[in-house]
Design a protein around this ligand. Sequence first.
Ligand SMILES: NC(=O)c1ccc[n+]([C@@H]2O[C@H](COP(=O)([O-])OP(=O)(O)OC[C@H]3O[C@@H](n4cnc5c(N)ncnc54)[C@H](O)[C@@H]3O)[C@@H](O)[C@H]2O)c1
Length: 329
Amino acid sequence: MKLLVCGGAGFIGSHFTRIRARDFGDDVVVLDKLTYAGRRENLQDVPHTFVHGAIEDPEAVEQALDGVQAVVNFAAETHVDRSIAEPDAFVKTHSLGTHTLLEGARAAGVRYVQVSTDEVYGSIEQGTFTEESPLAPSSPYSATKAGADLLVWSYFHTYGMETLICRGSNNYGPYQYPEKLIPLMVLNALHGDKLPVYGDGQQVRNWIHATDFARGIGHVLDHGEPGAVYNVGGPDECPNLDVVNRIIALTGRERDELIEYVADRPGHDRRYSLSSERVRALGWEPQVRFEEGLAETVAWYRDNAWWWEPIRSGEYRDYYARHYGKALG
Ligand SMILES: NC(=O)c1ccc[n+]([C@@H]2O[C@H](COP(=O)([O-])OP(=O)(O)OC[C@H]3O[C@@H](n4cnc5c(N)ncnc54)[C@H](O)[C@@H]3O)[C@@H](O)[C@H]2O)c1
């Protein structure tokens, strides 16, 4: 099938593009604005057609949609800390961008999958969120993602468009920008830099390998019911401090030498947890357990300095110094 993947030069979008092009033989067009998080290098081993443009640009969207049979939208601003400091881009991409893309897909009469997040449900102390749980987002990131989900659903309800929504839990794996917890801690540990742990480090996340999430989105694209939401959660939950300690062990560092507790993120959700029964009924199962996936991920960052060296020496250095009040080593 000819597929349009928006945000395909980012972390999860590039895994999805690789799997669809390589394992399914899809003809993939990637539309990506190439923000700081989007990188052509993520797709250097993947056959695809690239359109450089924004999902909020109707002309770029029309060009990218030419001849495609379905759209999968990963394009987003994705870092909660950045959404607290500078929410504007989140509103623009998630609201205006999703609307422009929906209009394009509606005119083209094609199926549309929106990639979303468990963060739209907010925090849960015990139990798990189902697709029927109320939306209670708590950051500008999750609030604008929730708004996009509602708009996507309205296009099914109002126009009868074939829209579907996939909400994933916390992803990890190769090609993730090092502002996010796991690559941040891995690269800092490899460099002997301090590991900044928010608050008490007891925030619990439901970890899913990006290839498992990508396969789940593919199942929804191929077999999902229009109008439905599908949660795609990982097989293991783990508190952040435990994740950091595992990374320290995997990089051969000393725990007391590196961990540094820093002021908690404002409004930091304590725990996310997803029930994925609906997507499992489509035949999807996660394949990567956290222990094995984390070890492989640490090894990937250790062995692929070509990928992260340009990031650690560029804009990211300034972001890091502004955010954590200290320079990287
Ligand atoms: N990373 C996670 O843990 C996680 C979990 C659940 C859901 N998600 C969702 O998955 C999607 C992808 O997340 P990711 O972690 O791969 O993000 P990412 O930040 O690595 O990549 C985002 C991509 O979107 C592109 N982009 C941003 N704004 C754009 C715009 N206006 N027009 C076109 N392209 C634009 C960027 O250039 C980049 O290539 C997002 O929608 C996110 O909300 C992420």
